[in-house]
Design a protein around this ligand. Sequence first.
Ligand code: FE2
Length: 164
Amino acid sequence: MPRTIDNLMKMFTSGSESNVRYMGFAEAADKEGHANAAKIFRAVSMAKMFHALSHFRATNLLDTTMENLKQALEEETYDYKNAYPSMVQDAVTEDALKGRHSLEYGMSIGPIITKLISKAIGNPDANEDSSYYICPVCGNIEFGKPPGKCPFCGVDAMDFVEVS
Ligand SMILES: [Fe+2]
């Protein structure tokens, strides 16, 4: 059993990474005008996501919602307070502008993410009838209605993705 749990976690990690990487490959294929290849990458990406989710479920590491919220709060707090700052500094030192922007977006949205999770810890059932809107560039999360433009990256509200 321990080997199976270890194997499930390895493929969960690998599948999660492939899920996102293939979405990146799909964007690149679209930019090159290869619509079918892009569609295949999106399909495979989704299959990898379902595999990863299945592997994660099979590990029995899912807990109660309250414990999952506490775990997410701890992870997300660590990321923006401890992981991102030195990474942003590395990007500044190396003059890696695109990397710096991407890492800064991740760090900047951290407090918004942790605030949302903290609210859910206080009341997991609040706001069930309203949607969240996610900025596709910086990951900013707005509740109820997106602003005209993202306050972090300037993306138009029309581009936000609704999560209901
Ligand atoms: Fe944004």
